[in-house]
Design a protein around this ligand. Structure first.
Ligand code: ADP
Ligand code: MG
Length: 237
């Protein structure tokens, strides 16, 4: 499902979090929203998800105006930095939660949960509780849970932000592989240039509530559109 954000503004008090943001995200892509802290990345992601309402502007999903649709009616899965797994539920029940509230038959839920456990390479861990998993494993459960209801779009807000460097690196490669397998349109937020360059097909660079540049990692690196992009993406000093 493609995403089109058109002239979106969002203000919190007198702070302009999104300042005339327009961007098109192709169906099936793996896109990074990259920018420094406070640049509006989460606000943009949350607006796409329906968790924030733009002050003005429109958001289209599959060519249809979804600006006024509820979160539930957008067919979107999301994962945040701090894994919000249910502590008292097993991994399998965490993954099945969204299907269960949609009243899918138990046998189907079980089957799909097992497929997803396989997909995120956690088969055999379905009966564990979140406290018995590593941080990286928990984030993979969160991803499996987001994918369980077959969303058309997957939104990830700094999904690996809370993890240590080694685990982050493993998960990057793993996200790339997962995407190549599932092909769901995926937008992930990061403030880490290297992460964006390594994982994404396309990078959306944000600064101060505006989009500075949209391009492939090579384009953004070789032909920075502004002094900001050059300093933010350029060789680490
Ligand atoms: P980023 O994800 O790039 O760090 P955000 O989109 O979270 O940036 O936010 C940009 C700024 O907008 C934040 O620094 C904060 O000052 C403000 N902001 C975000 N959400 C809220 C909110 N719910 N209420 C008030 N201010 C907010
Ligand atoms: Mg953020």
């Amino acid at each position: 499902m493609g995403i089109s954000v058109q002239a979106v503004f969002k203000q919190f008090g007198d702070f302009q979090a999104l300042n005339n943001v327009s961007v098109d995200i192709k169906s099936g892509g793996l896109v990074a929203l990259l920018g420094p802290s406070g640049s509006g990345k989460s606000t943009l992601l949350r607006s796409i998800a329906g968790l924030e309402t733009p002050d003005s502007g429109r958001i289209f999903l599959t060519g249809e105006d979804a600006t006024d649709r509820s979160v539930q009616d957008r067919n979107i899965g999301f994962v945040f930095q701090h894994y919000a797994l249910f502590k008292h539920m097993t991994v399998r029940d965490n993954i099945g939660f969204g299907m269960r509230i949609r009243k899918r038959p138990e046998a189907k839920i079980r089957q799909r949960a097992d497929e997803l456990l396989d997909l995120v390479q956690l088969s055999g861990l379905g009966e564990r509780y979140p406290s018995q998993l590593s941080g990286g494993q928990r984030q993979r459960v969160a991803l499996a849970r987001a994918l369980a209801v077959e969303p058309k779009v997957l939104l990830l807000d700094e999904p690996f932000g809370a993890l240590d460097a080694k685990v982050r690196k493993d998960l990057r490669a793993w996200l790339r592989r997962l995407h190549d397998e599932v092909h769901v349109t995926t937008v992930f937020v990061t403030h880490d240039q290297e992460e964006a360059m390594e994982v994404a097909d396309e990078i959306v660079v944000m600064n101060k509530g505006k989009i500075e540049q949209v391009g492939t990692p090579a384009e953004v690196y070789d032909q920075p559109a502004s002094a900001f992009v050059m300093s933010f993406i350029g060789p680490v000093n």
